[in-house]
Design a protein around this ligand. Structure first.
Ligand code: ADP
Ligand code: MG
Ligand code: ZN
Length: 616
């Protein structure tokens, strides 16, 4: 029976700006600081840790957005230690849980976990302990399945609750709640039952992934009330980003890159399929690297042993599917290479986030080709893409049209990231997380900031007007990728089904390269002419993103009282391209850059037509 969450009014408070949570005058401050030093061996708190702890210990529901490695665990383990009662922690993976418990026991903090694949007597012993008034455990870890499937567990939680011993409920990796995130896991959606049953127990939800829509989804599904949100910048200054055109010689390029930049250092190469992992690993071995592969088709012992060898530096390079990585605790990963296109920007950001956790400079290289886009798209539609292990059971749901649509939209955004050869990579990634990043702060640590030296301002007012008009005339109910398709004259099935090919603006932007059109559209969103609205599509509170027009801002534009300009690169390559008038072949290099391939549309164009003149 599916659990249907109640729709609740949610007030967000951005806690990160509220000074009161930084106070050192809470009744628990002294104990907090002492235990942070004595038990956890930390000299101080990291950004937001003190604030989060103060908010959750004050009894508020708290939602934490903190990058991987930021130190989320401490924000519940420390309160668990100094509060009476037990903290319930929901975590997606048994291997993650075991790792955490090992660390807790080493620090002499009593903790246990329950999972379905444990012996029953062992489970019973832990449950028995929970019924004791002198229960020794400070933390109890469970998987979401356990909450969804085990009445015995719920009865024990009831009992703890009536005895006022249920101190706090922690939802780790909370983005798994959301179908909009990259790690959707159905059992997480049922966790809303906890807030319903135990409304007085504070909930602490933690994630390193949150777009506005994921945040919305999580808060909704968990039923958080007057939730305080702590977010901090997701920028990782020590990671260097680039996107490189993928050729047939990709593995040779990787070999060369590693030898020149990270010889004998440790890294991860993400591949799309299991076969790719094995092939890439084999080739790298031939080139003399200590490489191994890792994917979901290996038996668990083999996987564990490979991971261990890598942790101990017996292997430098691991060629893996996204099954590898969640919860790995290696600090000196010097490079993360994507051998093929990641499936979403969130996923990409998280995978890259495994590099450089010690703060040292590290490289994130993505090899992009248009044919990989087609391949991933096909795999998504067939439901055969390997997911990170938090989403076992995912494929059962994969045939649902809505999830397919979400996945396709996520992939589409990833493609547009790769094809953008103008804007700062950090700016683009962080924009996706709702964070405005000033490209000047990149300090030339991404490929685009390094190669694009000079810009020309171009007038895009006409294009802007057309796009706004198109959003209006299609009823403000489509995603940005769909609007772009129509604007550039796509004749896809979806466009036809909605009879968009009959619109006068269908194809009005066919003279624009895809990357250009999508940059203009993005710009309209960041300048708030258009709003990307999160739409709840059904009772489960699942969401999709839809473009709407911001009337007040647009009025001025349509009356002609406003010009919009956007920077375009005025590099040597641009002039060369427009002079020759030729459409470069897919994947060809121009001044070391990838020419933007065309996606899903018959519209062919030179990429540097004068925007202002050619717009109608
Ligand atoms: P996250 O869950 O946010 O990815 P973790 O909680 O696993 O991060 O913490 C990452 C690492 O940072 C751990 O090794 C942890 O011991 C360390 N750490 C956390 N807080 C502090 C602190 N205040 N001072 C020093 N190290 C810390
Ligand atoms: Mg964590
Ligand atoms: Zn940059």
């Amino acid at each position: 029976k599916p659990y249907i969450p109640k729709i609740v009014e949610v007030n967000y408070i951005e806690g990160s700006h509220d000074q009161k949570w930084s106070s050192r005058d809470f009744p628990w401050t002294i104990k907090l600081e002492a235990n942070n030093k004595k038990v956890f061996g930390n000299h101080s708190f990291r950004p937001n840790q003190r604030e989060i702890i103060n908010a959750t210990m004050s009894g508020c529901d708290v939602f934490v957005l903190m990058p991987t490695g930021g130190g989320k665990s401490l924000t519940y383990q420390l309160p668990a230690l100094i509060c009476p009662g037990i903290t319930l922690v929901i975590s997606p993976l048994v291997s993650l849980i075991q790792d955490q418990i090992m660390h807790l026991l080493q620090a002499n903090i009593p903790a246990a976990y329950l999972s379905a694949n444990m012996d029953w007597p062992e489970q019973q012993e832990i449950l028995r302990e929970l019924t004791s008034d002198y229960c020794k455990y400070k933390l109890l870890y469970v998987t979401p399945e356990k909450v969804a499937r085990s009445d015995v567990l719920l009865r024990h939680l009831d009992s703890l609750n009536t005895r006022d011993l249920l101190a706090r409920i922690v939802i780790d990796e909370a983005h798994c709640v959301s179908q909009w995130g990259h790690d959707f896991r159905p059992d997480y959606q049922g966790l809303g039952i906890l807030k319903q049953k135990y409304p007085k127990t504070p909930v602490l939800a933690l994630t390193a992934t949150a777009t506005a829509s994921v945040k919305e989804d999580v808060v909704q599904a968990l039923g958080l009330v007057n939730c305080i949100i702590f977010r901090q910048s997701f920028n990782r200054p020590n990671l260097w980003f680039s996107v490189i055109p993928k050729t047939k010689k990709c593995v040779e390029d990787i070999d060369k890159f590693i030898k020149e930049n990270h010889f004998d250092e440790c890294g991860i190469i993400y591949c799309l399929s299991r076969m790719d992992c094995e092939k890439v690993a084999e080739k790298l071995q031939e080139y003399g690297h200590k490489a191994a592969f890792y994917h979901g088709n290996m038996d668990p012992a083999q996987r564990a042993s490979t991971q261990k060898q890598w942790s101990k530096d017996e292997i430098n390079i691991i060629c893996a599917t996204v099954a590898f990585g969640m919860g790995i605790n290696k600090l000196d990963v010097r490079f993360v290479i994507h051998h093929s296109l990641p499936k979403s920007i969130e996923g990409y950001h998280q995978e890259c986030g495994r590099a450089g956790r010690d703060g040292q400079r590290s490289s994130c290289i993505l090899y992009y080709s248009y044919s990989d886009y087609i391949r991933v798209k096909h795999m998504i539609s067939q439901g055969v893409v390997e997911q990170s292990p938090s989403v076992s059971g995912y494929n059962r749901f994969n045939n649902s049209g809505r999830i397919l649509e979400t996945n396709t939209e996520n992939l589409y955004r990833m493609v547009s990231y790769c094809e953008n050869d103008v804007d700062c990579r950090r700016f683009l990634q962080l924009l996706h997380f709702g964070e405005k990043f000033d490209s000047a702060n990149c300090q030339k640590t991404c490929d685009n900031c390094c190669t694009v030296n000079s810009f020309v301002e171009k007038d895009i007012t006409n294009i802007a007007k057309q796009l706004v008009e198109l959003v209006k005339s299609t009823g403000q109910q489509y995603s940005s990728s769909h609007i772009l398709e129509v604007y550039r004259g796509s004749l896809s099935q979806f466009v036809k089904r909605h009879r968009h090919e009959t619109l006068s603006l269908h194809g009005a932007g066919k003279h624009l390269a895809k990357g250009e059109a999508s940059r203009v559209l993005h710009h309209l969103v960041t300048e708030e002419f258009l709003v990307e609205e999160v739409k709840k599509s059904d009772i489960y509170g699942s969401v999709s993103s839809v473009l709407k027009v911001n009337e007040s801002k647009v009025q001025n534009l349509c009356l002609g009282g406003h010009t919009i300009t956007l920077r375009f690169p005025s590099s040597a390559k641009a002039t060369k391209l427009s002079k020759s008038g030729a459409t470069p072949a897919k994947g060809s290099l121009t001044s070391g850059r990838l020419s933007p391939p065309r996606v899903d549309t018959p519209a062919q164009s030179n990429s540097n037509v004068d925007l202002n003149l050619s717009a109608k």
